[in-house]
Design a binder for this molecule. Structure first.
Ligand code: BTN
Length: 319
């Protein structure tokens, strides 16, 4: 039925087709039409919906061209091997499997779509087909296990720089790992590590970037808090260029981190964040902390000055 609906839209390019017209043509209910349109949106098709006029097909799915991506990538380790999938539950799960089987550092697991994308704190991550960058990078850092929070901040700096390098959008980092544009989330980072006897075996850096999603690709509730690069800039972005630019930025910072430690990353992070110097309320598993964030420390923890003068270190919180 999805194919029949598409064929009908292709026969009427640029035209609005009402739900009623579609339901008559296809011999199904209007609810069924709506369900098929929504299934097609999940597959990467875009439709504009205008009350009393109907639907108009406005975009077809974008697909990665791996050969082109690799031919323009200027890194030595990061992304040299890319495992591309059409649809997976979560690139994190796939990357864990590859990493535990010995995949090399820098191996990238990339998917057009995730059906059960994971966010922090057990939340889900909306990952429709062909509209965003949903990827997990396998890392084998030569640092002790307790240093891994620093890597979250490193990824955030690389991502923020990559987006700004491509276009001057006002993207900034919200501690610890969100990228926001004008107060709305455009990207999230999920770091998961595997250790044995307190020794770090590998880290999976999961990165979700809402690239070419349109307003109609979000549920109303999500749209209040989330945005995409396309919505904020008004134009389609090249997802491969974004991945390449990120990998190049990341590799430079990761090398610097191994050579000089966290300090240069901390300084770069502070220059790109919106989380410092303003009042905040942080929800932690041990209760709420209210105050003003002053800086991040050498481990990547946020230092919050409370009204009674005490300085609290936050390693993980919702702010
Ligand atoms: C967050 O902000 O809560 C983190 C979101 C991380 C989403 C990415 S998308 C690629 C990778 N695979 C997942 O299932 N999650 C991460």
């Amino acid at each position: 039925m999805d194919r029949q609906i598409l064929a009908y839209f292709e026969l009427h390019p640029n035209e609005y087709i009402s739900g009623e017209q579609l339901s008559e043509k296809l011999g199904c209910s209007r609810t069924a039409v709506w369900k098929h349109i929504s299934a097609l949106r999940d597959q990467g098709y875009s439709f504009e919906a205008v009350p009393r006029r109907g639907y108009r097909l406005t975009g077809v799915p974008d697909r990665y061209d791996l050969a082109e991506l690799l031919s323009k990538l200027h890194t030595t380790t990061m992304g040299r091997t890319i495992k591309l999938f059409d649809s997976v539950e979560s690139t994190q799960t796939v990357a864990h499997k590859f990493a535990s089987q010995g995949a090399a550092e820098g191996t990238l697991v990339l998917a057009e779509q995730q059906t059960a994308g994971r966010g922090r704190m057990g939340r889900s991550w909306h990952s429709p087909k062909g509209k965003g960058v949903w990827m997990s990078l396998i890392l084998r850092p030569l640092v002790p296990l307790q240093f891994t929070p620093q890597l979250t901040l490193l990824v955030a700096v690389a991502l923020c720089r990559a987006i700004r390098q491509i276009e001057q959008v006002p993207v900034a980092i919200k501690w610890p790992n969100d990228l926001l544009i004008e107060g709305k989330k455009v990207s999230g980072i999920l770091l998961e590590s595997s250790a044995e006897d307190e020794r770090l075996k590998y880290v999976i850096a999961g990165i979700g970037i809402s690239v070419n999603l349109r307003a109609e690709d979000y549920t109303g509730e999500l749209l209040e808090k989330a945005t995409s690069l396309r919505i904020t800039s008004g134009a389609e972005w090249n997802r491969s260029e974004l991945i390449r630019t990120f990998l190049e930025q990341f590799e430079q910072l990761y090398t610097l981190y191994h050579e000089e430690g966290f300090e240069p990353i901390r300084v770069a992070w502070e220059a790109l964040t919106i989380s410092l110097g303003r009042p905040l309320l942080a929800r932690t598993t041990k209760g709420n902390v209210e105050g003003v964030a002053e800086s991040i420390d050498e481990m990547g923890a946020l230092l919050v000055r409370q009204s009674d003068g005490t300085l609290t270190k936050l390693y993980s919180a919702e702010i």
